[in-house]
Design a protein. Structure first.
Length: 306
């Protein structure tokens, strides 16, 4: 039987021997963070992967994130840590649906949240992340924009960029929309001195009452730099634990005990061990045409977002 530390040491040894770069999304558990080469949001991790010298990249996250890594690093072997780790929001729209929308709204540019499949990105004009969305949308030439699939993030972006005509659709993150206004009221009553930090994937009535609305990495950065001592965290609950490690002198409370991404939680430290040993995970394979067309969508995000 291994202890956590012993298993981590074995992973560190194997990833070096087998030339593997480990990426861990912010929603992974802290024991996985500690063996990762890079930790962050999905697109930031993809950029780090492109810069890494390793021939194999292990994405500890969900499928669309591993696909993004493959699109940006087609020459590398990309492995998803758990084959069943998907994203319900990424699967809410497909190519025929977006094609029909483009026919219904001619002249509109399609902005796709990065939380979409590689296939879907092939028929979109630009990608956005929660941290880059406002800047990207503001800098696009088109005034008329179809924003897919997350209606909550899209509404928040539309409020920041009122000069754009943004059409929204009824998609969203099941994890973040699970958070209710009643839970926020209760959390604020239990911790009256705490600042409320939430992700824009939350419902509008939650974001409207927050002291800060931003991406996962934005929330962490805000909490670490803030002079406040207590925070209510309105995003995936692993962030509460990570902030407790980063700032043990401060107090962090989950806005909702149910704000848990079950797909992210599929990956365990043992899965990471099997992946670096070459016996686990799933290699991501994308058709050349899909990679080429989806890459344009991502490149345009850099064009407009910097």
């Amino acid at each position: 039987m291994y202890t956590t530390r012993e298993l981590q040491d074995a992973i560190l040894k194997l990833k070096k021997e087998n030339d593997v770069c480990i990426l861990a999304h912010a929603y992974q558990s802290h024991d996985i963070w500690e063996v990762a080469d890079y930790v962050g949001d999905s697109y930031g991790l993809s950029l780090q992967a492109a810069k890494a010298d390793a021939k194999t990249v292990l994405m500890c996250g969900v499928r669309f994130m591993a696909e993004t890594v493959k699109i940006l690093s087609p020459e590398k072997r990309v492995v998803l840590s758990h084959p069943d780790a998907g994203c319900p929001m990424a699967e809410q729209m497909d190519v025929p649906m977006v094609t029909q929308l483009k026919e219904k709204f001619p002249g509109y540019a399609v902005a796709a949240y990065v939380n979409t499949t590689a296939e879907l990105k092939t028929v979109c004009d630009v990608c956005v992340t929660s941290s880059s969305a406002v800047k990207v949308i503001r800098n696009m030439e088109s005034r008329d924009i179809l924003f897919i699939p997350d209606g909550q993030l899209g509404k928040w972006v539309a409020e920041q960029v009122p000069e754009k005509n943004i059409r929204l659709f009824h998609g969203g993150c099941p994890t973040h929309v699970r958070v209710s206004a009643q839970e926020l009221k209760r959390a604020k009553a239990d911790h009256p001195g705490a600042l409320v930090l939430v992700h824009p994937e939350c419902l509008p009535e939650i974001s409207a009452q927050a002291d800060y609305v931003g991406s996962t990495t934005g929330i962490m950065d805000y909490a670490e730099k803030s002079g406040a001592a207590e925070f209510i965290i309105g995003t995936e609950n692993s962030i509460v634990q990570h902030l407790q490690y980063a700032c043990p002198e401060k107090k962090f409370f989950p806005l909702s005990k149910d704000c848990v991404c079950h797909n992210m939680k599929l990956t365990t430290l043992a899965d990471v061990y099997r992946c670096v040993a070459g016996t686990g995970g799933e290699e991501i394979v994308l058709a050349d045409e899909v990679q080429k067309k989806a890459r344009r969508c991502l490149d345009n995000m850099l064009k407009y977002g910097g």
